[in-house]
Design a protein. Structure first.
Ligand code: KG4
Ligand code: ZN
Length: 343
């Protein structure tokens, strides 16, 4: 069975064809990073317009890459939320149009739930439950127990900035540009992570996160140090502080909930220091760790198509009524939408 996946929730337009939910037949991505770079972050209106320009040619291209025509697609899955509303609308409208024209199922996909499946997709296997999930991206820092498809128990989230947001903001202050995570990782090479003492906010205090204090502390260091600042040392210190906080809470949750499988996902899971720390934790505890390769950590449509394949049986009724939902919560049903408004 072939699932077409569409991702357009932020600044990447991505399309993928997945076979039986576990094999990537074709995958492509058109990044808007160059466009948003000069603003230091994603501009929502610009993102929607760029998605609109990109989507039709990319649909043709993905079919060519997969060597198939429209008639071979069995179902369409599109990221329906959460994300930027205008950006989401482009992917959802394209997906529904194909589904309606071809009379095949349309599957609304939750962006974060899709991120959690990427580690399994990387191993060409269906998700296995239960597991402890950590999603760390530009917009999220969530720790949860996954008990089954669309069944999540949230343990904690960030009270303010997400870790990717912290990297992006500090990177801008350091003049390293956008996106900040990869730039900070590169600049940290050879740095001493202990040179500048940075706080570990909320460490040892429940499962909630807070990263804005860490951002303020890092910015204070660079203001105080001025010309003396060592870029590798501050970047290395920041990565280690983020990783320490995240891994500390993961460790506590694995113990409290007696879980032996850990899934780490989202753009920040591409970070080498965090990956290393997770690998060491998993080895020390003797648990299974699923972290996708960096290309499947950041936004991509392969994870969306895979998630669509596994969640398709859970959708009852006419999903063509589904519409983009910027603040869709994990595990929640979508409200039914009608031309006249919300039911
Ligand atoms: O999941 P994602 O592609 O988009 C969403 O936010 O949904 O994550 C993007 C975030 C950005 O904030 C970016 O700076 C961060 O992931 N990121 C990284 C790395 N690569 C991307 N952060 C740390 N280290 C990286 N190597
Ligand atoms: Zn994402």
């Amino acid at each position: 069975m072939i699932t077409l996946g569409i991702e357009s929730s932020c600044d990447d337009t991505s399309l993928a064809l997945i076979e039986d939910g576990v094999r990537v037949k074709a995958s492509l991505l058109s990044s808007q990073i160059e466009v948003h770079k000069r603003f230091g972050g994603v501009v929502p209106e610009v993102a929607s317009r760029k998605h609109l320009e990109a989507i039709s040619p990319l649909i043709r291209e993905i079919l060519e890459m997969g060597g198939i025509g429209f008639e071979k697609i069995d179902q369409v899955a599109a990221t329906t939320g959460p994300g930027l509303l205008g950006a989401l609308l482009v992917g959802v409208a394209a997906g529904k149009a194909i589904a309606w024209q071809r009379k095949i199922p349309f599957i609304p996909v939750h962006h974060l739930e899709a991120h959690l499946g990427a580690g399994f997709l990387a191993q060409n296997r269906p998700p296995a439950y239960p597991f402890l999930g950590l999603i760390v991206s530009g917009g999220h820092s969530n720790l949860m127990i996954a008990r089954g498809q669309r069944q999540y128990e949230l343990l904690g989230r960030t009270a303010d900035d997400a870790p990717g947001e912290l990297f992006d903001k500090v990177s801008r202050k350091l003049g390293l540009g956008y996106p900040g995570g990869p730039a900070i990782q590169k600049a940290a090479a050879g740095g001493d992570p202990k040179r500048y003492p940075l706080p570990r906010p909320m460490a040892g205090r429940g499962y909630g996160f807070s990263f804005s204090g860490l951002k303020t502390a890092a910015i204070r260091v660079l203001e105080e140090e001025g010309d003396r600042l060592s870029l590798p040392d501050i970047c290395a210190g920041l990565q280690l502080a983020v990783s320490d906080v995240l891994v500390g809470k993961v460790d506590a949750a694995l113990t409290e909930h007696r879980l032996d499988r850990l899934v780490v996902a989202g753009g920040v899971a591409a970070n080498a220091v965090l990956r290393d720390a997770c690998q060491r934790l998993a080895a020390a505890r003797g648990i299974e760790l699923l972290i996708p390769p960096p290309s499947l950590c950041t936004d991509n449509a392969a994870m969306v198509a895979a998630n669509g394949f596994f969640t398709a049986p859970l959708w009852k009724g006419e999903t063509l009524f589904a519409n983009a939902l910027a603040d869709w919560q994990m595990g929640d049903d979508l409200p039914r939408w009608h031309p006249g408004g919300r039911e």
